[in-house]
Design a protein around this ligand. Structure first.
Ligand code: GUN
Ligand code: FE
Length: 475
C-alpha cells in the first residue's frame, strides 16, 4: 500500500539500469514511484500489477496530480552520469592549450588559470555557474571535483553545486611546493585552510535534511610532486580525524612517474601515498595509467578507487592507457572522469566512448604482440570493453568509485535508490541518432529497431538534445 502523502513523482516507461556484474538491465513498461525524499519506493509492470492499479486509481481520482506523472514515452530513464574527476577552475581552458606534456602544461597554463579564479571572486562565480549548467545539460548528476587553493573560492564552487542540485565531492587543492610563486601555500597554511574548508563545508549543509546534503568536502593533495611529505602526512591525519574522503592524481604520465621516482629516491608515488595512509576505501586516485600489476593489487587491497579519464590520457599519457580489464580482474573500483581541462569535453559521454576506443587499441596491441612473438596461448578475456561495460563505468562504476552506491544506492535505478537519473528521448530534429524501421515480417513477426539497438545508437551518437530531463535525489 502506497503512502499517498509520500509520492513526489510517478514515471511510466522503460528503465535502464547497469548492474554490478557490468551487464545492463533494460525493463520496458514499468511504473516507478519516487517518495518525498527522492528515493525509489516501488517499481513494477505498468499494466496488470497491483502497483499499476493503485497508481492508476490515485491519478484518476486526482489524488496524485498530472504534474507528478512523467510518461517516458518511447524514451527511457537511466542513472545520471558520474564524473569522478574534474578540475572546475580549469573550465575556461577546456578545449585549448593542449600542446605540451603534462608537467610543462601545468606550469605553462594550468596553475595560472587556477590562480586567476582565486584572485577574482566575480570571475570564479561566472565560471562555476556556467560549469554547473553545462554539467546538468550533459546528464552529470554527481562529480568528484578539484577546486583551487583558496577556501573562499572553493565555497563559491560548493554553493554552485548545491544551488544547481548536483552531488559534489569537492576538494580544496593542497600544494606547498613546485608551483608558481603566486599560486602556492605553506605547509602550515595548507593544513589550516583544509581544516577550515572541511568545517565550512559541514556548516553549509548542517541545517539541511540528510538526503539534501548533496555536497561534501574531500581532502585533496594535488599530487606527489607539489606536496611535501609533511603536508601529505598532515592531510592523511586530517582525513582520518574528520572522516572525509581523499582524492589525488597517481602515475598519470611517464614524465610524472619519472619526476616522482627522482624526488623519492626510486620509490613510486603509489608506494608513498600508501605508506602515508592516503590509500583507503574512501580514496580516489585519478588516471593510474602507469599502474603495474603490483600497484593494482595494492589499490584492491586498500579499497582505493580509480578515476579513469581516457580522453585526457590520450593527450598526456599516449604511451600507456589504464589497464582497465586488469584493474577489474584485480577487484579495483573504476569510474570515468572528464579531467577538464586535461580532457576538453564537459560531461562523461565522450569519455565513455573513448573508454571503448582505447580498450580496443590495447586489445589490438595485445593481438599484434601475440602474433609477432608467435605465441599460441593467451585465450584470456579480451582487453576491449563493450558499450554496455562503458555505460556501467559512466554510471554505477562511478558511483561505486565515489562510495555513493552504498548509502544512497546511486548509479542504479532499483527500489531504494536515490533517484539520480536522466531521461533520454530520441526524435529531436537536431538529434544525431537516426534509425529506420523496416516493417518486414520474419516468421510472422514485424521486426523493428529494438530498445537495446536504440540505446547502442544513443551510446555512440547521443548529445544534449536527446536529454529531456535530469533528476538528482528526485528533484
Ligand atoms: N596532475 C596534477 N595536477 C593535475 C591537473 O590539474 N590535471 C591533470 N590532468 N593532472 C594533474
Ligand atoms: Fe586531473
Amino acid at each position: 500500500m502506497l503512502d499517498l502523502a509520500d509520492i513526489s513523482l510517478v514515471l511510466r516507461g522503460t528503465l535502464v539500469s547497469p548492474q554490478p556484474d557490468r551487464s545492463l538491465s533494460i525493463r520496458e513498461d514499468c511504473v516507478v514511484v519516487i517518495d518525498s525524499k527522492g528515493f525509489i519506493a516501488a517499481i513494477d509492470n505498468s499494466t496488470g500489477s497491483a502497483l499499476a492499479d493503485e497508481v492508476d486509481t490515485l491519478v484518476r481520482e486526482g489524488k496524485v496530480g498530472q504534474d507528478k506523472v512523467v510518461e517516458l514515452g518511447d524514451g527511457w530513464a537511466l542513472p545520471g552520469f558520474v564524473d569522478t574527476h574534474i578540475h572546475a577552475p580549469q573550465y575556461p581552458n577546456a578545449g585549448m592549450a593542449l600542446d605540451k606534456p603534462l608537467m610543462e602544461w601545468l606550469e605553462a597554463y594550468t596553475f595560472a588559470a587556477e590562480s586567476r579564479i582565486d584572485k577574482d571572486p566575480a570571475y570564479a562565480q561566472r565560471v562555476y555557474q556556467k560549469l554547473v549548467q553545462r554539467l546538468l545539460e550533459n546528464g552529470t548528476t554527481a562529480a568528484s571535483v578539484f577546486g583551487t587553493i583558496s577556501v573562499e573560492a572553493n565555497l563559491t564552487l560548493a554553493k554552485a553545486f548545491l544551488d544547481a542540485g548536483i552531488r559534489g565531492q569537492i576538494g580544496k587543492v593542497a600544494m606547498d611546493q613546485n608551483s608558481l610563486p603566486s599560486y602556492i601555500e605553506t605547509t602550515a597554511s595548507s593544513l589550516a585552510d583544509t581544516r577550515r574548508f572541511i568545517e565550512s563545508m559541514h556548516s553549509l549543509v548542517a541545517s539541511l535534511p540528510d538526503e539534501q546534503r548533496l555536497i561534501e568536502p574531500v581532502v585533496t593533495p594535488r599530487f606527489v610532486p607539489t606536496c611535501s611529505i609533511e603536508l601529505m602526512k598532515g592531510l592523511s591525519d586530517l582525513a582520518k580525524e574528520k572522516n572525509v574522503r581523499i582524492q589525488s592524481h597517481m602515475c598519470e604520465s611517464q614524465g610524472m612517474v619519472d619526476v616522482c621516482r627522482e624526488m623519492l629516491g626510486g620509490k613510486s608515488d603509489v608506494e608513498l601515498l600508501d605508506q602515508l595512509g592516503l590509500l583507503n576505501d574512501r580514496s580516489l586516485m585519478a588516471h593510474c595509467t602507469h599502474s603495474t600489476a603490483d600497484d593494482l593489487a595494492r589499490l584492491s587491497r586498500t579499497g582505493t578507487a580509480i578515476a579513469s579519464c581516457p580522453l585526457s590520457n590520450v593527450y598526456f599519457s599516449a604511451e600507456r592507457q589504464l589497464p582497465l580489464r586488469e584493474a577489474w580482474n584485480a577487484g579495483v573500483k573504476v569510474g570515468l572522469g572528464s579531467d577538464i581541462s586535461g580532457g576538453y569535453r564537459v560531461g562523461i559521454d565522450e569519455n565513455m566512448r573513448w573508454a571503448v576506443g582505447v580498450s580496443r587499441l590495447r586489445e589490438g596491441e595485445r593481438q599484434r604482440d601475440l602474433r609477432e612473438s608467435r605465441r599460441q596461448e593467451e585465450r584470456s578475456a579480451s582487453l576491449a570493453i563493450s558499450w554496455k561495460e562503458a555505460l556501467y563505468l559512466a554510471t554505477l562504476g562511478g558511483a561505486q568509485a565515489l562510495g555513493l552506491d552504498k548509502e544512497r544506492k546511486v548509479g542504479a535505478l532499483e527500489v531504494g535508490s536515490a533517484f539520480d537519473a536522466q531521461w533520454i528521448q530520441l526524435g529531436h530534429p537536431r538529434s544525431r541518432v537516426d534509425w529506420f524501421d523496416v516493417e518486414e515480417e520474419e516468421g510472422g513477426v514485424v521486426k523493428r529497431v529494438s530498445t537495446e539497438e536504440k540505446l547502442e545508437k544513443w551510446f555512440c551518437n547521443g548529445s544534449e538534445v536527446d536529454r529531456k530531463a535530469v533528476w538528482v535525489q528526485g528533484k
